[in-house]
Write a protein that binds this ligand. Structure first.
Ligand SMILES: *Cc1c(COP(=O)(O)O)cnc(C)c1O
Length: 437
């Protein structure tokens, strides 16, 4: 059992003098006492904002609401709260109202790539399924900020059924990513129902859940919840730690329960100015994650959603961090740094360049230490011409095991069997002249 910190005891007492600390680890108590206004924030933390600042904060909250669990609040260091990574992720800044020219309301076009309510279908074989419109903590850096607090509710079974129907009727969807909001805002029985329905669909091979509960409300990971999740393997969970300070005894306990249930755990971090834009912080974070059996999955460049401009860093900051991780620490502790391209382009990996030159039979590489080295390629390599007649190929892919295949993009240009030699933008002057003729 994890002990309560002094801050937690004091906050619990201020919220509810009768129950004091006894309910602290009850996730429903935490939700019921989530902090949604500046005054309560001040009282609970014993801090004070000037009247002028409070006016601005209130304006900000009209556009982007506030909600933070007592647990997450208790992690704030009140001595230096303005620079505190927990405070910066949970508490509004008037800078959220500065909208940059290039900001977009729905930068990832999640609403456009949505065949039915609740589903974003962008990649060939997997879908994002929004099964909750709410979260226990409203991250100030939320990419779906436009929706936060909008319909603070859980979709009805009818609404979810439409999404399930779409997945059922789309046989190439082999991976379903439950997201939201936070799926763990759903009651256990409802979540169990959704997972059961998904498992009944034969082509759904894996289910993933994206949740920030281990970070902002670790008590949600109850033994009951874990028992339910265990029934629906293979199930993967991705969580969202941004700073080593978030890895507390309570978080570790939640992660332990999930990992002990055989659930592979991953983490997605957002690179945030003033919070974690430092390679030492990132290295400490990834080390803490792997110690708790969580594999760093993605490091995201902060996207172009409205209200996030003060959190954005140059891409160079991310590359610099990757330069400090790759080779310097365990390979599986290194996340993939990605930029989620505007207008639904999807995640694009970026990293320092290691391939520095190339001849007909040699590649020149550099390593993390600056060693420049060469790799001699084979003199004789017999390429396997691929005409997609796998049954005649000497490589032993059993057709039963093979995914249905239609190449697109760069893979299509590389393919032997496809005639395409270029991908050409449609709207160039040259193409327009051709159209006229
Ligand atoms: C991120 C994302 C996925 C999952 O991508 P992976 O790279 O497989 O983790 C799927 N659909 C959408 C719309 C996404 O944004």
């Amino acid at each position: 059992m994890t002990q309560h910190t002094q801050a937690q005891k004091e906050i619990a007492k201020k919220i509810d003098s009768d129950t004091v600390i006894a309910n602290w680890k009850d996730w429903r108590w935490q939700l019921k006492h989530s902090i949604g206004d500046v005054d309560t924030f001040e009282t609970l933390l014993g801090i004070k904002f000037k009247a002028e600042e409070k006016d601005k904060l209130k304006q900000t909250l009209e556009k982007f609401p506030l909600s933070v669990t007592p647990y997450y609040l208790s992690l704030i260091d009140t001595d230096d709260f303005r620079n505190d990574p927990i405070f910066l992720q949970a508490f509004p800044s008037p800078k959220e109202l500065d909208i940059d020219e290039d900001d977009l309301e729905d930068p990832l076009s999640e609403d456009e790539d949505s065949p039915v309510e609740g589903i974003t279908h962008r990649y060939p074989d997997r879908v994002l399924f929004h099964i909750s419109n709410t979260c226990s903590m409203y991250c100030r850096h939320c990419t779906r900020k436009r929706k936060v607090g909008d319909v603070d509710s859980i979709p009805t079974r009818d609404a979810v059924s439409e999404g399930l129907e779409y997945i059922r009727n789309t046989p190439h969807v082999r991976d379903v990513l439950l997201s939201g909001g936070d799926p763990f805002m759903l009651p256990d029985a409802y979540l169990d129902w959704i997972l059961t329905k998904l498992r009944e669909i034969p082509h759904v091979e894996i289910i993933r859940i994206g949740t920030r509960m281990p970070v902002v409300l670790p008590y949600r990971v109850t033994d009951d919840l874990v028992e339910i999740l265990k029934k629906h393997h293979p199930l993967w969970i991705n969580t969202h730690f941004n700073h080593p300070r978030e890895v507390t005894a309570s978080s570790r306990e939640a992660l332990r329960k999930l990992a002990d249930a055989g659930i592979p755990l991953g983490n997605q971090t957002v690179l945030l100015s003033g919070v974690n834009d430092c390679h030492r912080i990132m290295k400490s974070l990834v080390h803490k994650l792997v110690q708790n059996r969580v594999r760093p999955y993605y490091l995201y460049q902060c996207d172009l959603s409205e209200g996030l401009s003060h959190f954005r860093t140059p891409v160079g900051k991310g590359i610099e961090i990757m330069e400090h991780l790759i080779g310097h620490t365990s390979g599986f502790a290194v996340p993939t740094y990605v930029i989620d391209a505007p207008h639904g382009g999807g995640k694009i990996p970026v990293m320092p360049s290691y391939l520095i030159s190339w001849s007909t039979n040699r590649v020149i590489l550099r390593n993390y230490e600056g060693v420049i080295t060469s790799y001699k390629e084979p003199d004789s390599y017999e390429p396997i011409y691929c005409d997609r007649k796998c049954e005649e190929c000497k490589l032993q892919l059993k057709l039963d095991d093979a995914a249905e295949y239609k190449s697109t993009g760069i893979a299509k240009l590389l393919a032997d069997y496809d005639e395409a030699v270029s991908l050409v933008p449609e709207d160039t002057d040259r193409m327009e002249r051709r159209d006229v003729e």
